[in-house]
Design a protein around this ligand. Structure first.
Ligand SMILES: C[S@@+](CC[C@H](N)C(=O)[O-])C[C@H]1O[C@@H](n2cnc3c(N)ncnc32)[C@H](O)[C@@H]1O
Length: 497
């Protein structure tokens, strides 16, 4: 068994290989230690300031995510939208062009698969099966040291992990040693991998990466870090708020705006633990009421919340009238709400708006995660999506966007997640809504100026370097941020353009 010192040495060597992003100061202010949660974790060895870079990780392996809901595109460039998709005749991997086929990436992938004997003709192998198994297949390209490193990561070995390789075996004769390594890779991926963000607004195959240092971060529903990716797949992890010496460094494995029942169920199903953090133990989730339901009593305006949120089958209670509701009834309502959401076409902004404004809030409080999710979808869409672009956006929708941004920013602040990625995005959208208001009514500019400037400045501070940041982030900061000495008309020319 590897000691913590030996693992730390491996981690240092791994990080030492990173090419640091220019301008980012890097100092190691943490160590790998036994976590009070069990297993290992990253613990701060000095006080860390908000915004400090903790480390820049790179993946041992990366490739398409394994979920059946993920649309699979070209296995080289990730392109999802091509008229020329075809399967490689040697390995059945999906490609979009000869250019992609002639890359080293495809050569390496193909050389592994094409040396296996087929059980079925290769043209009958479904490219989806190949895509889902491709990331663990790439583990066969790792050198001895990298295999050792992967082997020291925590890996859950329940029957559901490794399904991609069992399916692959229906089509290929795979040597046992290779099967074992790929199955280990599946288990390590399922336990540790991070979804890699795609460029803002771009539809590409959704990727996952086995980032071995990030994989040592345990989970907290109020994380104290944020992370982002660059185009070279480097993952930069920063402190999202001050971290005291001796405190554990946490990431969040679930949606930050999900309510407690949804987060805990997801964490149990995918990472096999029941989170017991302070947020999970607090029925109101720091006053955000993200999991709350409306009281079942028609005359009562109160909200239902679990009495003992750390128990999955807790009774729920109305904060106003004290009505008690058994867990089974809560499950029925949550199931019905899930069904309603499932019937929505998320591409149709009008349908989402109508559903949020006229339907769903009859049944759930505006604070409930489902309403908050719909609110975020409208924030992202208004100003950007065909039919709702800035010049097409009505005054009332512009006002709605602004108020939704403010409300969601309040929720994010109440949760205490500091300068999380989500806060950066919300600040960007609030800035954009305010700037649009000032563009439409130039007389308002002086009144709005300081908020237009401070929101873009803060958004830039949080999102800079992030491949998924809005592409005009920097331009907006230059023209509409603080310190710009251009006259008002010139400052707004980027919006007119
Ligand atoms: C990515 S690993 C984290 C590092 C791991 N502790 C180690 O020793 O390598 C994820 C696994 O760590 C454990 N874990 C992470 N956060 C936890 C938490 N808040 N409470 C309990 N277990 C946790 C779970 O077993 C989870 O599946």
């Amino acid at each position: 068994m590897l000691s913590l010192e030996q693992l730390s040495q491996m981690v240092k060597e791994h990080l030492g290989l990173c090419e640091y992003v220019e301008g980012i100061e890097y100092a190691c202010k943490w160590a790998i230690e036994e976590s009070p949660l069990g297993g290992r974790g990253l613990i701060a060895t000095e006080d860390i300031m908000a915004g400090e870079v903790l480390f820049v990780d790179r993946p041992l392996i990366h490739g398409p995510r394994a979920g059946t809901a993920q649309p699979q595109g070209c296995t080289v460039c990730g392109n999802l939208d091509s008229d020329n998709f075809y399967k490689c005749s040697k390995c059945a991997l999906l490609l979009c062009s000869e250019e992609c086929q002639n890359t080293d990436v495809h050569f390496n992938d193909c050389s592994i698969v094409s040396r296996w004997d087929n059980k079925e003709p290769i043209n009958e192998v479904d490219y989806n099966i190949m895509s889902r198994a491709l990331t663990p297949i790439r583990a066969l390209l790792l050198n001895e040291d990298q295999r050792l490193f992967m082997g020291y990561l925590q890996a859950h070995t329940l029957p559901q992990h490794g399904a991609e390789i069992r399916t692959l075996k229906e089509y290929f004769e795979i040597p046992e040693e290779e099967e074992q390594l790929m199955t280990l890779a599946c288990c390590a991926l399922d336990t540790n991998a991070y979804q890699i963000a795609t460029p803002y607004g771009k539809k590409e195959t959704s990727l996952r990466g086995l980032y071995p240092v990030s994989g040592l971060m345990n989970h907290n529903c109020v994380p104290n870090t944020r992370y982002y990716f660059n185009s070279d797949l480097q993952m930069t992890v920063k402190a999202a708020k001050p971290i005291r010496c001796g405190a554990e460094i946490f990431s969040c494995y679930s949606g930050v705006l999900w309510g407690t029942p949804a987060r805990r169920t997801h964490l149990y199903k995918t990472k096999h633990f029941f989170c017991k953090c302070d947020r999970c133990a607090d029925p109101t989730e720091r006053g955000t009421l993200l999991g709350a339901l409306k009281c079942f009593s028609k005359l009562c305006p109160g909200y239902l919340l679990p009495v003992e949120p750390l128990k999955t089958n807790s009774v729920w209670r109305c904060l106003e009238c004290d009505m008690r509701v058994p867990y089974a009834n809560i499950c029925t309502i949550q199931g019905a709400l899930g069904g309603l959401m499932g019937s929505l076409n998320f591409e149709n902004v009008g349908e989402l708006e109508n559903f949020l404004v006229n339907r769903i809030t009859k049944y759930i409080p505006k604070t409930n995660q489902i309403a908050v999710d719909l609110q975020c979808r409208l924030i992202w869409a208004f100003g950007e999506v065909e039919g709702y672009r800035w010049h097409e956006l009505s005054e009332s929708r512009l006002a709605l966007k602004e108020s939704l941004c403010r409300g969601t920013l309040r929720t994010v602040a109440a949760l205490g997640v500091g300068d999380a990625h989500l806060r950066g995005l919300l600040l960007y959208h609030l800035h954009a809504a305010l700037a649009e208001r000032a563009r439409r009514s130039p007389d308002l500019y002086e009144e709005l100026k300081s908020e237009i400037e401070s929101t873009i400045e803060q958004a830039y501070y949080i999102l800079q370097g992030d491949i998924s940041a809005p592409p005009d982030l920097e331009l907006r900061r230059r023209y509409l941020g603080p310190g710009c000495d251009k006259p008002q008309e010139e400052r707004f020319f980027i919006l007119d353009a």
